[in-house]
Design a protein around this ligand. Structure first.
Ligand SMILES: NC(=O)c1ccc[n+]([C@@H]2O[C@H](COP(=O)([O-])OP(=O)(O)OC[C@H]3O[C@@H](n4cnc5c(N)ncnc54)[C@H](O)[C@@H]3O)[C@@H](O)[C@H]2O)c1
Length: 265
């Protein structure tokens, strides 16, 4: 369904990267936008944009409730919820630490779950709405040395599929965004003691020719077409197709990548 001027959207992680690109492009379509992020004060990145800003740490139930109350009081409802905020981690499993697992689960998976729980009743009651969760191509295909990241992103893909069936009878849509690496500030959040994996991930993010604007544009276009699993770029689309239709080739490529990494240890 066409995204219409005057509709209402909340974006988490809206101060940077994909969230900021979504905020801008939604605004360009005339959507009223509540941009949210962890920062207490309105971030400079939103300067010049006619959007609202509120602090919303996606790990905080209180912040979710406050954002919900603001939406009810200000707009009386919500048409689009973008559960986009996220962080990155990776590396050999023996170098991951449990507090790193808990940190990424709390933000990347439970942050999405909290948003869906908070805003589903409002959308069900309205009989409309669209929840758009940012996962990753890593939620569909699972390369080596990324266990905690692929686990939470696969969780977001699974949660989104289940929720899409659950909410269909109530007229509420659910989509999940699955991009490969694109250039943002995500590498700054990277945690992990595995220096070589950290450097590789940072390089893939920082040197990508794909921009957050590209991913946001593909997302909005495919949302309007009602696509559930939104692959946003060629590499992700090919990797996902290979896993489904050419499984032996996919497995061979993953093993090759793992062997190459192991040689460098
Ligand atoms: N950049 C990539 O290569 C890539 C690839 C696939 C998926 N993704 C996903 O895209 C989403 C957006 O990431 P990005 O690449 O734009 O990175 P980014 O770092 O530029 O933006 C992420 C935003 O999330 C915010 N954030 C972090 N923790 C938060 C919390 N607890 N509560 C609220 N906000 C929080 C950050 O402050 C930041 O503004 C993430 O879910 C990420 O996993 C990114």
């Amino acid at each position: 369904m066409q995204i219409t001027s005057g509709s209402r959207a909340l974006v988490t992680g809206g101060a940077s990267g994909l969230g900021l690109a979504l905020v801008r492009q939604l605004r360009d379509k005339g959507v009223r936008v509540l941009a949210t992020d962890v920062h207490q004060e309105r971030p400079d990145s939103l300067d010049g944009l006619d959007v609202e800003y509120r602090r919303l740490d996606v790990t905080s139930d209180v912040d979710w409730q406050t954002a919900h109350d603001w939406v009810v009081e200000t707009w009386g409802g919500l048409d689009y919820l973008f559960n986009n905020a996220g962080v990155a981690a990776g590396g050999r499993i023996e170098l991951t630490e449990m507090d790193q697992w808990q940190w990424i689960v709390d933000i990347n998976l439970l942050g999405v779950a909290r948003g869906c729980r908070q805003f589903t009743p409002m959308m069900k009651e309205a009989g409309s709405g669209h929840i758009v969760n940012t996962a990753s191509a890593a939620g569909l295909v699972h390369p080596p040395r990324m266990t905690e990241y692929v686990a939470v992103k696969a969780g977001v893909v699974a949660l989104s599929e289940s929720l899409s069936y659950e909410l269909d009878p109530f007229g509420v849509k659910v989509s999940v965004i699955c991009p490969t690496f694109f250039k943002t500030n995500l590498a700054e959040s990277l945690r992990g003691k595995d220096e070589s994996s950290r450097q590789l991930a940072a390089k893939l993010i920082d040197r990508s020719k794909v921009t957050a604007d590209d991913i946001a544009a593909a997302t909005l276009r495919k949302m309007e077409k009602g696509v559930h699993v939104i692959t946003t770029d060629r590499n992700g689309t090919i990797a996902y197709a290979a896993k489904r239709w050419l499984r032996p080739l996919y497995t061979r490529e993953m093993l090759k990548a793992a062997a190459k990494m192991a040689k460098k240890d």
